[in-house]
Design a protein around this ligand. Structure first.
Ligand SMILES: Nc1nc2c(ncn2[C@@H]2O[C@H](COP(=O)(O)OP(=O)(O)O)[C@@H](O)[C@H]2O)c(=O)[nH]1
Ligand SMILES: [Mg+2]
Length: 362
């Protein structure tokens, strides 16, 4: 018998006899929840933003029963997903990501598109302020009925935060958003996570004091489909153009990536709205090329494989570290290793065995 008989709950089925009031209440609640998922789903595909928000809240919840419900909702939405363009925007804090997204988002809405903005910012749990800052930079998007803006989910691990965003993309697509923009802070590993969930990855830069390549991580350049130098306005205009030329020369040295696309370098002023049209034109060109050569689909298939493996890893890690028996002795094991009382391998083996034993008795 499957453990989980809730899946087969039939709303018209009768309450089994000989059950206590408590059990009846539980049963009724279960039925309500069952209906709730379907109600949320139907409202989402009817493009209801309140339902979309509710669905994402369910995805972001840490409660076990919510996780199950969220998975059901995602599964229902999946046939309606996969039909948007997913764009990742990265860059150091202050480079103008939110301002840029506001400008690009408004342009797309003018073209009749619906735009969803999600964020992957593992640090936002600590600095709650950044969300408020972002919302003021995206004032007209926040007000637009054609835009949906969702701050970063809170979470301890980047993997967890990123997975929730990844799942939220599916809901946004089912709700009819044509372009999904993912903003991420240009620090740490979050770029890699976002790169693996988008079709086009754009790196925002500022014109520096001269040597433009200094301080730029090679890995990021290799991931970027475009490098855009923002704040090309006022006194900064000339410097931005110089920086553009330097970057173009430098990127020339990189081999063509497997998608037949060589990263482009452009300038813009997100604040004044200059250059945004050209950037969208470039993204359209990328989509044309990669759709024609099959890379677009191939990339999404590869990304799904990556997420499958990533989810398994996250799940295993979190069940290990949340295991109370592991938690209880982890610190003492670390100490023992540091004092050379035990080798790291023996300590690891002991902890893993402990976890395995518990799993087997569950
Ligand atoms: N001059 C100028 N300032 C800009 C531009 N884009 C953003 N800013 C300013 O830079 C600051 C940081 O912008 P924000 O969008 O919050 O950056 P984020 O941290 O990358 O999201 C704000 O004061 C913006 O007004 C631009 O194109 N030109
Ligand atoms: Mg921002």
């Amino acid at each position: 018998m499957p453990k989980d008989s809730t899946k087969h709950t039939n709303p018209s089925s009768k309450v089994p006899p000989n059950t206590s009031n408590q059990a009846i209440n539980r049963f009724k609640k279960l039925q309500q929840k069952e209906i709730l998922i379907d109600t949320i789903f139907k409202a989402i595909i009817a493009k209801d933003t309140a339902a979309l928000s509710k669905g994402i809240t369910l995805i972001e919840s840490a409660q076990k029963n919510h996780t199950k419900k969220a998975q059901q909702l995602i599964e229902k939405c999946l046939p309606y997903a996969n039909n948007s363009i997913r764009i990742g925007i990265t860059g150091v804090p202050g480079v103008g990501k939110s301002t840029f997204i506001e400008a690009l988002g408004n342009l797309l809405i003018e073209q009749g598109k619906k735009v969803a903005v999600l964020a992957v910012d593992p640090s936002s749990t600590i600095s709650h302020g950044s969300i408020l800052g972002d919302k003021t930079r995206m004032e007209s998007l926040v007000r637009s009925t054609e835009a949906f803006i969702r701050p970063s989910p809170s979470g301890k691990s980047l993997g967890g935060v990123a997975q929730k965003t990844r799942e939220s993309i599916i809901l946004c697509e089912a709700a009819g958003y044509d372009v999904i923009i993912i903003e991420t802070v240009g620090v740490g590993q979050s770029e890699t996570a976002v790169h693996s969930m988008v079709d086009f990855f754009l790196l925002l830069k500022l014109a520096g004091a001269g040597d433009e390549l200094q301080g730029i991580k090679r890995g990021i350049i290799e991931m970027a489909d475009a490098l855009v130098i923002n704040k090309a306005d006022g006194d900064n205009l000339l410097r931005a153009q110089k920086a553009k030329n330097q970057f173009r020369k430098a990127l020339h040295l990189y081999p063509l990536s497997e998608n037949d696309w060589s990263p482009e370098v452009l300038t813009c002023s997100a604040l004044e709205g200059n250059g945004i049209n050209d950037i969208w034109g470039m993204i359209m060109k990328f989509l044309k090329i990669t759709s024609e050569n099959g890379f677009f689909n191939k990339n999404r298939i590869q990304q799904n494989k990556f997420w499958l493996l990533q989810t398994i890893e996250e799940q295993l890690k979190s069940s290990f570290y949340n295991n109370p028996e592991v938690k209880a002795i982890l610190d003492s094991k670390i100490e023992a290793v540091q004092q050379h009382k035990i080798t790291p391998f023996a300590a690891a083996r002991h902890l893993l065995d402990l976890n395995k034993k518990r799993k087997n008795t569950e």
